[in-house]
Design a protein around this ligand. Structure first.
Ligand SMILES: Cc1cc2nc3c(=O)[nH]c(=O)nc-3n(C[C@H](O)[C@H](O)[C@H](O)COP(=O)(O)O)c2cc1C
Length: 127
């Protein structure tokens, strides 16, 4: 079962998290490929997708939302887990930061902020 882990990262934190997710998925016996969104290609060739972005100024990285818009159809047809990588407790809540995702594709994600920077993921959704 091929799984795509695609990420949008500026300084590398999201990339490291995506690579770790890929390692864990492979250790679970899944065929996971980890790619930056710019070279991730069409998600139609995968059974499931983990799609993550760092948050800058309250929004996903532009290439992350562009990927969602470009592949909206394929993403709608398969389970997608959304990943939000963000800053510290003074930053806007992660759910608020997901507004850029919501503009590109609904529905809203769930999120759990933590005081020292956080990484949160929604449950997989195939709608
Ligand atoms: C200029 C700048 C703006 C940021 N804006 C936000 C923000 O609005 N909300 C947030 O939660 N984190 C914000 N962060 C924190 C980043 O989301 C966090 O450092 C993240 O781990 C960066 O991921 P990356 O290393 O993959 O680029 C900001 C960081 C920088 C440097």
């Amino acid at each position: 079962m091929p799984v795509l882990v695609a990420y949008a990262s500026k300084h590398g934190a999201t990339r490291q998290i995506a690579e770790r997710i890929g390692e864990v998925l492979r250790a679970s016996g899944l065929d996971a490929e980890v790619r930056p969104v710019r070279s991730a290609g069409d998600p139609a060739g995968y059974d499931a997708v983990v799609l993550g972005s760092a948050v800058y100024f309250g929004a996903w990285r532009r290439e992350g939302t562009a990927y969602v818009r470009r592949h909206r159809g394929a993403l709608s047809g398969r389970p997608v887990t959304r990943l939000v990588v963000r800053g510290n407790g003074s930053a806007p809540p992660a759910a608020e930061a997901m507004s850029s995702w919501r503009r590109a594709r609904s529905p809203a994600a769930t999120a759990s902020p933590s005081p020292a920077g956080s990484c949160s993921a929604s449950p997989p959704s195939s709608s």
